[in-house]
Design a protein around this ligand. Structure first.
Ligand code: SF4
Ligand code: FES
Length: 260
């Protein structure tokens, strides 16, 4: 198969970027999208041209490192598919493919198609943890968890932190990602001690990182390769409200104590 690529090339966050045209020829239909880029890069290196920078690690759809906007869609045209799991047979011979990085203020371009997703790490560091001692694995397994809660926790934990939800959102909102991380722990007994502080801290950190607000477009769910549902956003918003009331009550009690 042969393709024409229009690739976003950008030296670093401070430089202006531009699209550059390349040909990808003799590409096997069973190659993944990243393998196709490997072939293109080998040829660029042979010609003494700087290869196209793109992120990847596991190439199995589990690490969340890969992510390219392909023809305007984060991770490309296949639903529930990461860029590394996308195969060239899903495109037509002689197609033109436009490759761009995630575009969001909170994800500055590092180079070409690589963006800095450190903002996600800082959101997780703000509250995506538990401090309850869980003991060894057999102890943890002895804590009863209702099946429905376990299933919901596992669904939320499927989030690989790729950032496609942000790239798809017209507001560049990280709300689906944050909701998945909040819900994952909110559905487990071990996540209860920090439940209310967690939702406030993680949403505040998302705001501080410069992600936009959620206005219920639902593009995030459509782009998510792990089928994280927007119902988790509803759950998170409900927890956020309860957390605010609890914090207000705590502040009022502390005020009473000071007055007394
Ligand atoms: S919610 Fe989906 S799209 Fe967003 S970071 Fe997690 S896996 Fe990626
Ligand atoms: S490289 Fe790990 S999910 Fe794509």
């Amino acid at each position: 198969m042969n393709f024409t690529l229009q690739v976003w090339r950008q030296k670093d966050a401070r430089s202006a970027g531009r699209f550059v045209k390349y040909r990808a020829t003799d590409i096997g239909p069973d190659m993944s999208f990243l393998e196709m880029l490997d072939v293109v890069n080998e040829r660029l290196v042979e010609q003494g041209i700087d290869p196209i920078a793109f992120d990847h690690d596991c190439r199995e759809g589990i690490c969340g490192m890969c992510g390219i906007v392909i023809n305007g869609r984060p991770h490309g045209p296949r639903p529930r598919t990461t860029t590394c799991q996308l195969h060239m047979r899903f495109f037509g011979d002689e197609d033109t493919l436009v490759l761009e990085p995630w575009r969001a203020r909170a994800f500055p371009v590092v180079k070409d198609l690589v963006v800095d997703r450190g903002a996600f790490d800082r959101i997780v560091a703000a509250g995506g943890f538990i401090t309850a001692p869980t003991g060894s694995a057999p102890d943890a397994n002895a804590i009863p968890v209702p099946k429905e809660d376990a299933d919901l926790a596992m669904d939320a934990a499927a989030c690989i932190g790729c950032g496609a939800c942000v790239a798809a959102c017209p507001n560049a909102s990280a709300t689906l990602f944050v909701a998945a991380k909040v819900a994952h722990l909110a559905h487990l007994p071990q996540g209860q001690p920090e439940r209310w502080d967690r939702v406030l801290a993680m949403t505040a950190q998302a705001d501080a990182e410069g992600f936009g607000g959620c206005t219920n477009h639902g593009e995030c769910e459509a782009a998510c390769p792990k089928a994280i549902g927007v119902h988790f956003i509803g759950e998170m918003n409900a927890d956020w409200l309860r957390a605010r009331f609890r914090r207000g009550r705590r502040a009022a009690r502390a005020g009473d104590g000071a007055a007394g």
